[in-house]
Design a protein around this ligand. Structure first.
Ligand code: NAD
Length: 429
């Protein structure tokens, strides 16, 4: 019998698409560009804490299963660790470690006082009942009880999780410490202190960054042809908001394939259709079926990968036709594909900028929670937009000043701020 905890170690990802290699490589490029002290680079290359727990769960059938859960805390130099919790069968310790590192640079880039962390459980949520998912989430939270906290490490939703799981985490933590602690998670339901605007926040941030990038090229969202991989929390919100702003959404997909319409899909109707059809898009009236591989290579102005890592790789990069790629997912473009896109002059809006809307509104949720003052959605959206637009222009300025692509510009800003803080705080003891 194979231990689930050993799986991440037994099945390493090939080096050229390993998310951790990729994250470290971008860090090294930024360090080189910044002429960073080698000691500082070494410290920032390692997570501060790595926790792997086993999660025993009794299934509805009476069978007992043990799942592997991780929480990686990369860096808390600027503030409490912050990062999502992913439920997906492809979760590994390497992936979670890479995503934790990205969170550190993302928070620093956006100027919000958080460090970086990430959590995940290797499971396919659709194979479990709601009751089983609740028991899994509560046990995972209990196992991490000493490692998380509202001023220590604050989980949020990611792939496969939503406000429902955040409510279970909040309740489990609160029951363990003996009083209500809404600040233990962000992305929670509004009834327990969640922020208005959080559910759409990552998608809204994607829309804002795409709009700014098009504007810089003298174009606008009106009539822009957009293709989106992934129709979950991020992809569907981005699709809706981009369409509201005048873009044509030519195609969207889920893990089981996508739909295409030359004149654009009706996104609200597609959302209703998907909800009624167990998230399946196939058969949506007026659309043709399309595979995920075909979708990525469609002729369009903006391609938005909003699902998994490594969707644009050496194998398909030569077929990509978009002139702008907005990384709504974390790490959707592999290292080598990124180089080729750069050489071809394709604008890649990097993940740590393009998908930062979620963590920005998580921060705003936390600020509202600790001040006991709750804002309306308009105020939340305005505050988020201000921070996103500011970060976009800082990245563009940095890119022009250093003559580097947007990704490296974003990394130099994020990594540079953390390195400065580390230097100012000094190395303990
Ligand atoms: P989600 O679980 O709500 O949706 C994921 C979507 O991707 C679903 O439509 C799913 O069917 C699809 N998908 C899964 N496997 C696929 C495959 N092999 N090929 C094509 N599509 C596939 O997740 P989400 O919260 O929307 O997150 C999507 C991405 O955005 C992830 O990379 C996540 O890390 C990133 N992200 C999310 C947030 C957030 O606030 N939720 C914030 C920042 C970044």
């Amino acid at each position: 019998m194979t231990s689930p905890l050993l799986l991440p170690l037994e099945a390493p990802t090939p080096a050229h698409i390993c998310p951790l290699n990729q994250a470290c490589s971008y860090l090294e490029q930024a360090a080189q560009e910044l002429n960073l002290d080698s000691g500082v680079l070494t410290i920032l290359s390692y997570p501060r804490k790595v926790v792997t727990v086993s999660i025993p769960v009794k299934l509805d059938s009476g069978e007992v299963q043990v799942l592997a859960g991780h929480r990686v805390q990369h860096c808390d130099i600027l503030g409490p660790y912050k990062g999502g919790t992913r439920y997906h069968p492809a979760v590994t310790l390497q992936e979670v470690s890479a995503l934790a590192m990205l969170m550190t640079w993302k928070c620093a880039l956006l100027g919000i006082p958080y460090g970086g962390a990430k959590g995940g459980i290797a499971l396919n949520p659709s194979h479990y009942s709601v009751g089983e998912l609740e028991r899994i989430t509560r046990r995972y939270t209990s196992e991490l009880i000493k490692d998380i906290g509202p001023s220590v490490d604050i989980p949020a939703p990611d792939m496969g999780t939503s406000s429902r799981e955040m409510a279970w985490i909040m309740d489990t933590y609160s029951m363990n410490v003996g009083h209500a602690v809404p600040g233990i998670v962000t992305g929670k339901p509004i009834s327990i202190g969640g922020s208005r605007g959080r559910e759409m926040a990552t998608g809204r941030g994607v829309m804002i960054i795409v709009r700014e990038a098009l504007a810089q090229q003298g174009k606008s969202l009106a009539g822009a042809r957009v293709v989106i991989q992934g129709f979950g929390n991020v992809g569907s919100a981005a699709a809706l908001l981009l369409q509201e702003a005048g873009a044509k959404i030519l195609a969207v997909s889920t893990g089981s394939g996508g739909v295409y319409a030359k004149e654009g899909l009706d996104i609200p109707a597609l959302k209703t259709y998907a909800t009624a059809n167990h998230k399946q898009l196939a058969g949506f009236p007026g659309s043709a079926a399309i595979t995920n591989a075909e979708l990525l290579t469609l002729s369009c102005d903006v391609l938005i990968p909003a699902a998994l890592e490594n969707q644009i790789t050496e194998e398909n990069v030569h077929k990509i036709q978009a002139s702008i790629i907005a990384e709504a997912a974390n790490g959707p473009v592999s290292l080598n594909a990124d180089k080729e896109l750069e050489a071809r002059g394709v604008t890649v809006l990097p993940d740590i900028l393009a998908n930062a809307g979620g963590v920005v509104v998580s921060y705003l949720e936390w600020v509202q929670g600790i001040s006991y003052v709750f804002w309306d959605e308009e105020r939340v959206n305005q505050e988020m937009e201000g921070l996103m637009v500011q970060a976009y222009h800082q990245v563009v300025q940095q890119s022009q000043a250093r003559q580097v692509p947007l990704r490296l510009a974003a990394y130099t800003l994020g990594v540079g701020r953390v390195a400065q803080a580390l230097t100012d705080r000094g190395l303990y003891p």
